[in-house]
Design a binder for this molecule. Structure first.
Ligand SMILES: *Cc1c(COP(=O)(O)O)cnc(C)c1O
Length: 520
């Protein structure tokens, strides 16, 4: 449903899309025969501006005609009793050893009704009917688009349930990856809506019993299912009993997410690390001074972005924490402010603290928008903490943030984060994570070595917020003390992030696991 390839291709909202893009890049690196299919979204997702303390949403037009290649090909499908024409755009992703393609499906054609043209205008907007129509375009027209562009395949990988209608069109083997443990992330459509949208022969194939659950449709038709971390697999097995789930932990595309200064450093001393990021273990022997310089340069780049965005840059000597995620309640963006006085005095003890926030709230998520406002309100209550909010969080902002900060903070409620990948990006750029034990962190965390846990002794039924916020202050005290009093130990931790985390939590390793276990 979304793909994040680069900042100017506005067809993504967050982690799901960025992971898809990173996966395509890894396939291109190894010259695999791999094509991805997504929708065009002429108006993108939305551009976020902060006015006063409120999120304002603006359309996100982007020059897709200049960036994408017109294949000249078209397919058509039946939706809501009408024929809908679907134009196919293409983008070639160049990798280390080859390339891979992404097809973008576009219904914005003269031959379609106004309503049908809107199907590929914007990501994740509109009601259930529009969503089902979009998923029909993605799944059904998607398969036809592959045939039309001579990309016949025996293998389909359904990335989330959104694409599951492809099972009504394609024979051949299917595998399925689920990406969210949050029930709202699994689309379910009532039978009367399905009957309105899809043609009769498709409905016969589906064998509906009152509703269409996209995740179950995918599960029923795939030969291999997986979740995206070990913990997420456990949660998913409870959500969908009767199905088997393997775990393939997500990764990031190393070359995409490494900042320029770190990249230069790796290039100098490690042969072909882009193609084989496992070689990043060699960073263990790097000079402390060079690593520190790379971080300083990356921090300066972030400071420039902040200066542009908020009018104020960073103090390079001050410890800087990053927090960037979709603003929604389970991610708890205001948790660090629970005891404002304690946070302020902690900062005072160590000569100040800088917190850099970013993240969009879905326009319909009233609570999510309110959380942004509250972050900005807390900012005004602190004397020794400088709080920044970067508008319009996207891949470009993410890149600057994960590399420029000293610490990456991640504090979702337990069990809700399928994997999380921004912490992997931070690790690659020598920023350790402070995170609740959830998602990939249960696998990547070694206390005091690659980062720190939040609230590790929490017992189910206790006040999770209280325990986690206290834990944040205690750990921050320890972390700040290392940073300011033992620089050598700090740089050792930075190195560990790269040698122990970045060498493993990448899409190179991830894709090889899919090849060995899913695409057999
Ligand atoms: C990496 C990335 C994400 C995903 O980060 P999480 O840790 O999974 O929240 C979301 N949005 C953007 C723009 C990203 O680059």
């Amino acid at each position: 449903m979304e793909i994040g390839l680069k900042p100017e291709i506005k067809t993504y909202s967050g982690g799901l899309g960025v992971l898809a893009g990173d996966t395509v890049k890894a396939a291109a690196d190894h010259d695999l025969d791999f094509t991805a299919v997504t929708l065009l979204y002429r108006n993108g997702y939305f551009r976020q501006r902060i006015e006063g303390k409120e999120q304002v949403e603006e359309p996100q037009n982007w020059p897709y005609e200049e960036i994408l290649e017109d294949t000249g090909e078209k397919v058509s499908i039946k939706i809501r009793g009408r024929t809908v024409d679907v134009k196919i755009w293409r983008h070639k992703v160049k990798g280390e050893k080859g390339d891979a393609e992404v097809l973008f499906l576009d219904t914005g054609l003269e031959s379609n009704t106004e309503e049908d043209r809107e199907l590929t205008s914007q990501l994740y907007m509109g009601g259930q009917e529009k969503r089902l129509c979009q998923e029909a375009v993605l799944g059904i027209a998607g398969v036809k688009a592959l045939w039309e562009t001579d990309k016949e395949t025996d293998y389909y990988h359904m990335n989330e349930g959104h694409s599951a209608l492809l099972v009504t069109e394609a024979s051949g083997k299917k595998v399925f990856t689920t990406h969210t443990p949050v029930p709202a992330g699994h689309d379910t459509f009532p039978q009367d809506l399905v009957e309105k949208v899809l043609p009769q022969e498709k409905i016969d194939d589906l064998g509906l019993e009152g509703k269409l659950n996209m995740t179950e449709l995918a599960l029923e038709n795939s030969t291999y299912n997986n979740a995206v971390s070990d913990r997420h697999a456990e949660v998913t097995r409870e959500m969908f009993p009767g199905y088997e789930f393997d775990a393939v932990t997500n990764g990031i595309h190393t070359d995409t997410w490494v900042s320029e200064p770190f990249k230069k450093l790796f290039d100098q001393e490690i042969n072909r690390w882009c193609l084989d990021p496992a070689r990043l273990t060699k960073v263990a022997g790097f000079s402390d001074r060079k690593l520190w310089e790379a971080k300083k340069k990356s921090k300066k780049k972030l400071s420039e972005l902040l200066k542009q965005n908020t009018g104020q840059g960073l103090n390079p000597e001050t410890f800087t924490v990053g927090f960037a995620r979709r603003s929604t309640s389970y991610k708890r963006p205001t948790l660090i402010f629970r005891d404002v006085d304690r946070l302020d005095s902690l900062a005072e003890d160590y000569g100040g603290l800088q917190l850099v926030f970013a993240g969009k709230a879905h326009p319909d998520d009233v609570e999510g928008k309110d959380l942004i406002k509250r972050v900005l309100e807390y900012a005004g209550m602190l004397e020794n903490v400088e709080v920044y909010f970067v508008e319009d969080y996207g891949m470009g902002e993410a890149s600057r943030m994960v590399s420029g900060v000293d610490l990456w903070l991640n504090n979702p409620e337990r069990g809700k984060e399928a994997s999380g990948t921004s912490g992997m990006k931070a690790a690659l750029n020598g920023a350790p994570q402070l995170s609740t034990p959830d998602g990939w962190w249960l696998e990547g965390h070694v206390e005091g070595v690659t980062g720190w846990d939040i609230g590790e002794d929490y017992v189910e039924g206790e006040d999770e917020e209280l325990i986690d916020s206290r834990s944040i202050y205690e750990k921050m005290d320890r972390i700040l003390s290392i940073y300011h009093n033992d620089r050598k130990a700090w740089i050792k931790i930075m190195k560990n992030c790269i040698t122990l985390n970045a060498s493993h939590f990448n899409t190179d390793r991830m894709l090889k696991e899919y090849l060995a276990r899913a695409y057999k």
